[in-house]
Design a protein around this ligand. Structure first.
Ligand code: NAP
Length: 325
């Protein structure tokens, strides 16, 4: 049997879980040109909250997944091979060579890393720091949602790229300790403790050069206040806004972008997939040596896919939120 998570209703503000249903049926059989993949890991991502507002109802949720080919009617997809695909929240998927990508077997690198630090979230961190912010050695970097998937990759990448000071923000004192104790951040802010602008100014008394924004709103306002002249903002996401019913009240200091000659640039990682080889070349040896940690929270079972998604939106993850099947 095979299970698929369908979205059956739209959320109003924060999703509750009632917007989804688990649908079971017979396992699909390959047709010529396709292969059957038994999924091993499913990716849980904030953008899925945005998909919930305009994606198809009574249809499978889309999303990134990794699995093993268990039956094939295409010579390019041999049985036993591991592949990445985007068929989403399901136990089994029929893939073609065009909509799947074989995964390399890298000794010392966990398979799940291809959804996290070596996947779309690690690539977002790399693109944000290298291509958009053009981080230079010796600079001070601030990263929001720093204990999450993009953030934990970004903190470790910033260090490898020569940043002199790496500051992260997150939603609890325990997660802030994880940033400094396990991931090598120089300072960590708990935004729930209040006065984020003041906390950042204290952590970076000489200002920051680069801000990787995963949150938007008050975090963007705090970063603009702390950025030095000619600082850069790589705008990766705005997770504080995805379930909000109100327009953001911040940033109220956008004019400082002009006054300090800042550069604010958004990006979509899907327009930078050509950077993946450079990311792998940089990170794989460091993952193998243990210098870079594959930070992830693993939840077991397709039955728990929805609770993992809701938990990630509430900040219950350290590193990449992944569901293991
Ligand atoms: P993640 O950080 O692993 O998980 C989301 C985190 O957001 C939660 O763990 C939570 O951590 C934090 N959060 C939730 N509500 C918040 C709020 N109101 N204020 C501040 N923080 C809040 O997710 P991710 O996959 O790495 O994604 C991070 C950001 O990157 C998202 O905005 C996502 O949309 C974006 N992204 C963009 C691209 C692109 O192509 N531009 C690609 C991938 C991801 P706390 O406990 O710290 O609150």
């Amino acid at each position: 049997m095979s299970s698929v998570v369908h979205q059956i209703a739209r959320p109003h503000g924060s999703p509750t879980g009632a917007e989804f249903a688990l649908v079971t049926g017979p396992t699909p059989t390959p047709t010529p040109g396709t292969a059957l993949v038994e999924n091993l890991y499913l990716s849980v991502d904030p953008y899925m909250r945005q998909v919930m507002d305009d994606g198809d109802l009574h249809a499978p949720m889309e999303g990134r997944a990794l699995g093993r080919i268990v039956a094939s009617l295409d010579p390019a997809l041999p049985v036993g091979g591991l592949v990445f695909h985007r068929h989403g929240w399901r136990t089994h998927a029929l893939v073609t060579p065009a909509d799947s990508r074989p995964l390399p077997d890298l000794p010392g690198v966990p398979l799940s890393a291809h959804l996290g630090v070596l996947g779309g979230t690690g690539l977002s961190a790399y693109v944000g720091l290298v291509r958009i912010a053009q981080l230079r050695p010796g600079e001070t970097v601030f990263i929001s949602a720093a204990a999450g998937a993009v953030g934990s990759a970004a903190g470790q990448l910033a260090r490898l790229l020569g940043a002199s000071r790496v500051i992260g923000s997150t939603g609890s004192a325990a997660k802030a300790r994880h940033l400094t104790d396990a991931l090598g951040f120089d300072a960590a802010l708990d935004y729930r403790a209040g006065d984020l602008t003041g906390q950042l100014a204290k952590a970076a008394p000489d200002g920051i050069d680069v801000y990787l924004d995963n949150v938007g709103g008050d975090h963007l306002e705090a970063a603009i206040a702390s950025l030095r002249e000619h600082g850069r903002i790589a705008w990766c996401g705005a997770v504080a806004q995805y379930s909000s019913l109100e327009p953001p009240a911040a940033p109220r200091n956008l004019f400082e972008v002009m006054a300090k000659s800042l550069r604010l640039e958004g990006f979509l990682v899907r327009e930078h997939l050509d950077a993946r080889p450079a990311l792998e070349e940089l990170l794989v040896p460091h993952i193998q040596s243990g210098r870079v940690s594959v930070d992830e929270t693993v939840v077991d079972g397709i039955d728990n896919m929805v609770s993992a998604f809701l938990g990630m939106l509430r900040g219950e993850n350290l590193g990449k939120m992944i569901v293991r099947l």
